[in-house]
Ligand binder design. Structure first.
Ligand SMILES: [Zn+2]
Length: 201
């Protein structure tokens, strides 16, 4: 197709001469607004909470870096007796303390009160899921994990850190504004089941 005019009508051009509101500049910086909301600002209480972003290490081609404990034939790590380096994930990673905003999705079988009235079909299983909103500069990736921390009554992580759940990221989306810049990230995560040893790494 050589003529794109149907797909991109001139009305949507960035050319100022065609802009119906040429004198209006961006009044709202979503990136800044999001960070103020989640991280707090002058006189603004943050709505975010501490979490750990577990970034998978990647080689120069972007592939995950396997841990030495991974079995050469099965390509799997032992999750029941995890090694002390990867804690059973099978790949090398680094952790950093971040702040994010979490919305708990009410998964059937979870702890949501409405689940008490919801009769499940036999054999149906589901794990709790959450949607996480992260600041633009964190740049999470699909194979990374989000690790929930035990927090005290004021919302600070207990020391030493206690990891109470790990979420694998099913979907990572960059939320972009009109100019294409990333304002924040939305990650859909599903809580990973504990190993048979009851160890969450
Ligand atoms: Zn390992």
């Amino acid at each position: 197709m050589s003529d794109w005019s149907d797909l991109f009508p001139l009305n949507y051009s960035r050319d100022n001469s065609l802009d119906p509101f040429p004198n209006i500049v961006d009044l709202v910086d979503l990136r800044r607004e999001f960070n103020n909301l989640v991280l707090g600002s002058n006189g603004e209480t943050p709505i975010g909470k501490p979490y750990i972003l577990r970034r998978m290490r990647r080689d120069s081609e972007g592939s995950l870096v396997p841990c030495i404990c991974v079995h050469p034939l099965t390509k799997e790590a032992d999750r029941d007796y995890p090694c002390s380096i990867c804690l059973g994930s099978g790949n090398l990673w680094d952790e950093e303390l971040i702040h994010l905003y979490e919305v708990v999705a009410s998964a059937p079988g979870g702890s949501n009160s409405s689940d008490n009235f919801h009769k499940m079909n036999v054999g149906t299983a589901s794990l709790p899921a959450s949607r996480f909103f992260l600041p633009y500069n964190l740049h999470p990736k699909r194979d990374d994990r989000l690790v929930e921390l035990e927090l005290d009554l004021d919302g600070n992580p207990t020391i030493p850190y206690i990891r109470i759940a790990i979420y694998e990221l099913m979907l990572v989306r960059a939320m972009r504004s009109d100019s294409g810049k990333v304002d924040f990230w939305v990650c859909s995560g599903q809580k990973m089941g504990p190993s048979t040893k009851g160890y969450v790494g």
